[in-house]
Design a protein around this ligand. Sequence first.
Ligand SMILES: Cc1ncc(COP(=O)(O)O)c(C=O)c1O
Length: 367
Amino acid sequence: MVRQRRSATLPEFPWDTLADVTALARSHPDGIVDLSVGTPVDPVAPVIRDALAAGSSSPGYPTTAGTPELREAMVRALDRRYGITGLTPQTVLPVIGTKELIAWLPTLLGLGSDDVVVVPELAYPTYEVGARLAGAQVLRADSLTQIGPQVPALIYLNSPSNPTGRVLGRDHLRKVVTWARERGVLVASDECYLGLSWDADPVSVLHPSVCDGDHTGLLAIHSLSKTSSLAGYRAGFVAGDPAVVAELLAVRKHAGMMVPGPIQVAMVAALDDDEHEALQRDRYAQRRNLLLPAFREAGFTVDHSEAGLYLWATRGEACRDTLRWLAERGILVAPGEFYGPAGDRYVRVALTATDERIQQAAERLAG
Ligand SMILES: Cc1ncc(COP(=O)(O)O)c(C=O)c1O
């Protein structure tokens, strides 16, 4: 029997479609400025690297739940950095980077073909991938009205947003939480850019001003990839509803989804140190201060982008045309259509390049 390949049920891996424009951008005499994937480029802070080295003799299996030190550090950091109160070490769980969690969350929760997963209209593609891996249905919606009378199993929020940099206000979050609670819908709030805010004040779904201190039906997803430049370590965590976190732990234990021991040690150091995190935020702020006016002066309109790691920009034309226009100047960005049909006239510009490359991009845009 020939089974259908699982990959055939998933969207085309989007980055594979950029070969032509990548080659064009690479042919620039002064080299490519790659603002596409959004992969961090700054060195990992010494405090984290030292901890990794100190934890490197790690012959035994790590625990799926995370060490007690790590679980306490996650609780402390969420309180200190984002004002999230009421968590305990039992209500947080480390994951092997949040992409892993997002790709498998619907499966881990036992969702299937009768279930609907709501994702933002413009969204990080892995929300949809995770739903499809579980065989669940996907609905793109930014408002509760768009959802109508149906009762989804899971709603994703992402504020600040990838790709738009849009921040959802407290009132909006409160409305979603109330609506979801009344219907028993789980809300998964992807907060991996919460620490990177410029002209807005993003707030966690677990903040008492949003959920009144009750975490039932709520999960917040946090990543160290961007705020601590640790994408290479694969270090994230999830926090919230005690019953849901316990269930995730129970299934993940069976599935071998454990964060390597040395990475757990490094995560504690990253979570306990706010200095390197502030430094990283400043680096991105400076790059944004250069790129935002450069894109505007080159005739782009930049929408939202008040927080997070990206500029959401348009020249009022099909995104592939803008992609080519930029590639001719040696600048590679992501086409907005990667994130949903509503993005087909936008490009996403990542702030993740060295200061030298960002300066190059600004000069090339100035013509
Ligand atoms: C919105 C969003 N969520 C999650 C992730 C995954 O990050 P990681 O797996 O590195 O934690 C990303 C990465 O770019 C993202 O943009």
